[in-house]
Design a protein around this ligand. Structure first.
Ligand code: ADE
Length: 262
């Protein structure tokens, strides 16, 4: 997968892209991240990329010309090793606090793309006309405001890259939080007793079936305690088995009387 990141601050990406799993994924050729400095497309003497908002008000707005020129240049880049590696019209995604909230489902969808173009806004945002003309999707990483889209782009790259086949163990992805709409079960490693706290006996029993059952139940318990909204969604999507529902009933869910049919 090729990821093109358009930013005024390419230096911000050095740490996250050059450590740990993202570093290995790039070394293994599974993802290729290309950073593009929007300022390189500014044409005036001062290489200006922002200006005061029309209509007045606080802050600065990213000027349309350098950003549009940068996006167009990146879209016109020659294909990668094969044409499929650099498809002609990849999604052009703006990171912005007023975008669609980024979820694991969106990460999964994006992991199937051959190429992503991520545009990092800064200051008060980008000129609306560039959004209309060139942006095909807008993502927010949560209901809070960052100083720019760079950290959000890193979050998206990290969450997407680990789902690209080969980047991490497929089994780790299978049962992790949010993968199938439930939170993850608790994890333990040696020693068997730490500061007087033993690990749950079932985990050292050697009964694989019992371990699997315990883990499923703990996922349900944790999701009920922390994110009951996710349980409701899992039930509505038909992802809970009869055994799951029986266990949840033991835990007191749903707390209100079940809805009867029409
Ligand atoms: N830029 C500023 N805040 C953001 C957020 N929450 N998500 C994505 N991009 C942003």
């Amino acid at each position: 997968m090729i990821v093109d990141i358009l930013t005024l601050f390419p230096g911000m990406f050095t740490g996250p892209l050059t450590e740990s799993i993202l570093k290995r994924a790039q070394q293994a050729g599974l993802i290729h991240v290309r950073l593009h400095n929007i300022r390189d497309w500014a044409t005036d003497r001062h290489r200006t990329t922002d200006d005061a908002p029309y209509g007045g008000g606080a802050g600065m707005v990213m000027k349309p010309e350098p950003l549009a020129a940068c996006i167009r240049a990146v879209l016109a880049l020659p294909p990668g090793a094969t044409a499929a590696e650099s498809p002609a019209s990849p999604p052009v995604i703006l990171l912005t606090p007023d975008g669609e909230v980024f979820t694991q489902a969106i990460a999964q969808e994006l992991a199937g793309a051959e190429r992503l173009v991520l545009v990092c806004g800064h200051y008060e945002g980008i000129d609306e006309r560039v959004r209309e003309a060139l942006i095909t999707r807008e993502l927010s990483i949560g209901d809070y405001v960052l100083t720019g889209g760079e950290l959000a782009a890193m979050v998206v790259v990290d969450a997407v890259a680990r789902l690209v086949p080969g980047v991490i163990d497929a089994e780790s992805v299978a049962e992790e939080s949010h993968g199938d709409g439930l939170l993850e079960y608790p994890h333990y490693t040696r020693p068997a007793v730490w500061e007087g706290r033993p690990v749950p006996p079932v985990l050292v029993s050697g009964h694989h079936g019992e371990v699997a059952k315990w883990r499923r139940r703990e996922r349900l318990r944790r999701t009920l305690l922390r994110r009951p909204d996710l349980l409701e969604r899992a039930r509505a999507a038909g992802r809970l088995t009869a055994a799951d529902l029986a266990w949840l009933a033991e835990l007191g869910w749903p707390s209100q009387a079940p809805q009867t049919g029409p």
